[in-house]
Write a protein that binds this ligand. Structure first.
Ligand SMILES: C[S@@+](CC[C@H](N)C(=O)[O-])C[C@H]1O[C@@H](n2cnc3c(N)ncnc32)[C@H](O)[C@@H]1O
Length: 301
């Protein structure tokens, strides 16, 4: 097998993306889409085998016909050599996604010094990094932290703490990690110590935003919550009221079929979808406020 990865890319209206994603899913190992303009989104599918140009074009044309739109241009190319993707996709049990290298303590460290090495022994908690939802969150964290700095992030539903560790290691700022399961919180604390990140990770047992300690540490400029669809919907009002005016939310743990329900709950609180990552039927959503809120004295800088 060669070392290259391939990418299929197309631009389409946001309400047609689900059809194009379904069309490209058989060709690829991950899909992500992001906004170019309000009416035009870019869909990128990463493939480990060279995709057949004709077959991909036919699949896209069929999806376009189903959507009642003209078929978009399908661009296929080799992806820039990104060892992180290749390693992450091909070599379990290490998870290498974006700049993060997540491994159990029995595995050797990465050979690339610029990679952020995270030792994560999940124990009884969820979050070795292998699940597509954790993968999607790590991918999203890498992308959004390239765009701006975050000073007060929250990992809600921290499990093993893998996302809090990634955020703390990347931003070198304090991160709050909360879970309603005390075992998860203890595991996160252990993993923070093992990775030398204890000074940056503040843990607490909390199952909702009514929790005084959780509210007291807010508002947060980045909230990552990899929980299931139903609890995510229930958390929506509290979560959004704990978000700064320019805050960003990453939601995961939802299957494709639940996206509409989760989005509706967060749209009702004034957020909009900025982009999505689809992997093995699981969606990770990045949301921002639909219209900027006026800053109040309570907002963090
Ligand atoms: C899918 S795991 C995610 C773990 C880790 N963040 C990751 O991305 O791999 C979901 C975690 O959310 C926790 N959880 C579920 N409902 C919750 C709630 N209402 N509040 C806080 N944590 C919750 C579970 O205990 C579990 O540890």
């Amino acid at each position: 097998m060669s070392d290259a990865l391939w990418q299929i890319e197309l631009d389409a209206a946001p309400d047609t993306l689900a059809l194009f994603e379904a069309a490209l899913e058989p060709f690829c190992v991950s899909l992500s889409s992001h906004e170019l303009t309000e009416s035009l989104w870019r869909l990128q599918a990463v493939c480990i085998e060279p995709p057949g140009r004709a077959a991909a074009a036919v699949a896209v044309a069929i999806a376009a016909a189903a959507a009642g739109v003209a078929a978009p241009e399908v661009r296929i190319g080799r992806l820039e050599t990104r060892d992180w993707v290749r390693e992450g996709l091909l070599s379990l049990p290490v998870i290498s996604v974006a700049g993060f290298y997540v491994r159990g303590s029995h595995l050797p460290p990465p050979r690339t010094p610029e990679t952020i090495d995270l030792l994560v022994d999940a124990g009884l908690a969820f979050g070795t990094g292998h699940h597509p939802t954790t993968w999607g969150c790590l991918y999203a964290i890498d992308r959004i932290t390239r765009q701006r700095r975050f000073t007060n992030a929250l990992d809600m539903g921290c499990g093993s703490g893998v996302l809090a560790l990634a955020l703390a290691a990347k931003e070198l700022r304090p991160v709050t990690a909360a879970d309603n399961d005390p075992i998860a919180v203890r595991t996160t604390r252990d993993n923070a110590r093992i990775n030398g990140l204890s000074p940056l990770i503040r843990t607490l047992v909390a199952g909702s935003f009514d929790h005084r300690g959780l509210r007291g540490r807010g508002p947060y400029d980045l909230i990552v919550a990899n929980i299931l669809a139903k609890p995510l919907c229930g958390l929506a009002p509290g979560l959004v009221s704990s978000l700064t005016a320019d805050g960003v939310v990453v939601l995961s743990g939802l299957l494709a079929r639940s996206e509409r329900e989760v989005l509706a709950a967060y749209r009702a609180q004034g957020l909009r979808l900025a982009w999505r990552i689809a992997r093995q039927g699981w969606h990770t959503l990045v949301l921002r406020r639909s219209s900027p809120l006026r800053r109040t004295g309570a907002e963090s800088p």
